[in-house]
Design a protein around this ligand. Structure first.
Ligand code: ADP
Ligand code: MG
Length: 575
């Protein structure tokens, strides 16, 4: 873990060496300071030499200012490095999010994932600062100051060194308790954080379900848990720093007693004792810095572990091919079997889509229509059988690249807070208004967009809340067309759009010279009227509906189908 962590500092090593150099320089300043203090007590004061006293005081001020300046530069250098490391870590996490398969997200809790990434990367950042800009420099300087103490008075220094086992013991004693309480605190905090996300996400649901009270009670439990866990961590941290402080007080007292004895015996001057004391004070300030950094490092280590777990997670379901083609819009499912690790959804599904063709799949709710779309998008890999694009197996293709030629209008389209133009052109580097206009025209969205005061610049609100379901669907179609896909897929367009609008859109599409292959998937038989080919999906298998069979259904159901009723029922009636 540490190896992986410090590898993130690649490119920063010379800055870390520079920081080390600054720390050494800072420690060296202790020597003249010790000499100055000894001179004040042993010469200037006994001789009443006020000129020397003033001169030495001024020199001490300069030394302290220099030391502060060095510390400041050191801090700047190390902070710069640690912030670069945190940025790199966060960048990797973002990339990782796009590398995970649909399967990963199906299984995981997205709110918790959010909390882990946001909170833990912040904790690692705190740790890096504590470790690299406080702990490590303080440790270097503490060792060097220890050497200075040995040089000043070896006997007293050895008294101090004798205390080291006590420091080690307190650490041994506190670390496991600190670790486990920090771990519990971290989990509790993540629960709180994902709870906030949950409440914000489900505000409407809680209101219409009158679930506010029960939700508040649930969140209260999490808050109470957090109160206990965070209280315990804070208390342990205080106890830990008090214990460290007690050890250093024992050291100071031992030096006072031992040093006082030496001065009384005449083996040491008062000035030497005072200067020793001053240097011990500097050592104590380093020790305090290190002790304060320990809890942050403990918390950061736990956070780093959980982030590494996420970063190292391999996702075996992904396609790993690297081949590239220029797709013509020909796609095929060949004897595909698929399940979501439960009962089978597709048992032996085959489908051929030819360039420019308009194909419809009809089937009852839950029969696996959206699943076919997910497979075509390469979100999942079939358990058996294969998918092909232009006769190339998906297994050999770079799926991310292949998806550039696909466009899907999802069953419940996703929108983000921003303008209509930004939403329609999402994914393009620079939104092209003319292209967006043309896409909206074909998608029958132009009229409503241009009737708005701000037109394409209209802000649609978070998740598109300021639009109606039909308007969102039209924009989703426009967004799909904006990409000029080779295969356009519509999932249940009649959920939000009337059949007339869909027909007009398909008419517009037909008038284009090089229209995409179109696949419409629906439980509603009325969308098949314009299709070149219609498949029925039942019991995990696709079967092409014959023309006369189809004509029969369309004629029968064409203008008197209840859009909410499932075709299952309708078919049942007729049977
Ligand atoms: P349709 O789009 O035809 O209504 P779907 O393809 O969405 O049907 O779903 C087919 C079946 O797969 C359903 O039984 C559904 O419960 C199940 N299913 C869909 N998505 C998932 C998923 N992510 N994880 C587990 N089961 C799923
Ligand atoms: Mg569906």
């Amino acid at each position: 873990m540490w190896l992986q962590y410090f590898q993130r500092y690649r490119g920063q090593y010379r800055w870390l060496v520079f920081s080390f150099f600054l720390s050494v320089l800072q420690s060296l300043l202790v020597l003249p300071a010790a000499w100055a203090v000894a001179t004040v007590f042993d010469r200037a004061i006994p001789a009443s030499d006020f000129q020397q006293l003033l001169a030495i005081s001024a020199a001490l001020l300069v030394l302290s200012a220099t030391s502060s300046a060095l510390a400041l530069i050191n801090r700047y250098v190390t902070l710069r490095s640690t912030k670069i490391v945190t940025r790199g870590l966060r960048e990797d996490l973002f990339r990782k999010l796009y590398s995970f398969s649909r399967n990963f997200y199906d299984k995981g809790d997205r709110n918790r994932l959010h909390s882990v990434i946001v909170q833990d990367s912040e904790r690692v950042d705190f740790m890096s600062n504590a470790l690299v800009s406080q702990m490590l420099p303080s440790m270097f300087t503490a060792v060097l100051i220890g050497l200075v103490l040995l040089y000043l008075n070896s006997t007293l220094a050895i008294v101090l060194i004798a205390l080291l086992p006590l420091v080690v013991l307190t650490n041994r004693w506190f670390q496991p308790a600190l670790k486990s309480s920090v771990d519990r605190f971290r989990k509790s905090f993540d629960t709180f954080s994902s709870g906030v996300l949950f409440v914000v996400d489900t505000i409407d649901l809680a209101r219409v379900q009158s679930a506010e009270q029960s939700e508040l009670a649930r969140q209260d439990k999490a808050l109470e848990d957090l109160r206990i866990k965070s209280g315990r961590v804070a208390w342990l941290q205080t106890a830990y720093s008090l214990a460290q402080n007690s050890v250093s007080i024992v050291g100071s007292v031992a030096i006072l007693a031992g040093g006082g004895y030496a001065v009384a015996n005449g083996t040491m001057t008062l000035g030497e004792l005072m200067s020793f004391y001053v240097v011990v004070g500097l050592l104590r300030s380093r020790a305090t810095t290190i002790a304060a950094a320990v809890p942050l490092v403990v918390l950061g280590v736990q956070a780093l572990k959980s982030l590494n777990l996420l970063l190292d997670q391999e996702d075996p379901h992904d396609y790993r091919g690297r081949g590239r083609i220029s797709p013509t819009g020909a796609f095929e499912l060949r004897n595909v079997c698929f399940d979501y690790e439960r009962e089978p959804v597709l048992t032996d599904a085959s489908l051929l889509l030819l360039p420019g063709q308009h194909v419809a799949i009809v089937g009852p709710n839950g029969s696996g229509k959206s699943t076919i779309i997910h497979l075509l998008c390469g979100f999942y890999r079939p358990r058996k059988g294969s998918l092909f694009a232009d006769k190339m197996s998906y297994d050999d293709l770079d799926i991310v690249e292949l998806r550039r030629s696909l466009a899907v209008v999802q069953q419940e389209p996703t929108f983000f807070s921003g303008s209509i133009l930004e939403n329609v052109a999402y994914g393009a580097n620079a939104p092209d208004i003319d292209r967006a206009r043309e896409a909206c025209r074909v998608a029958t969205a132009q009229d409503f967009v241009e009737s708005l005061t701000d037109g394409y610049q209209t802000q649609i609100g978070d998740k598109g809340v300021r639009l109606s379901g039909g308007q969102r669907q039209r924009l989703a179609i426009a967004r799909a067309l904006y990409r000029t896909p080779m295969l356009l897929i519509l999932d249940e367009p009649t959920n939000h759009l009337d059949v007339d609008s869909i027909s007009r859109f398909l008419e517009n599409l037909k008038q284009q010279d090089t229209g995409p292959t179109t696949l419409i998937v629906s439980h509603d038989y009325r969308v098949v009227a314009q299709a070149d080919q219609v498949y029925g999906l039942e019991a995990g298998q696709l079967s092409e509906l014959r023309a006369e069979e189809l004509a029969h259904w369309v004629k029968l159901l064409g203008d008197r189908v209840d859009p909410e009723a499932s075709p299952e029922q309708e078919m049942g009636h007729e049977r």
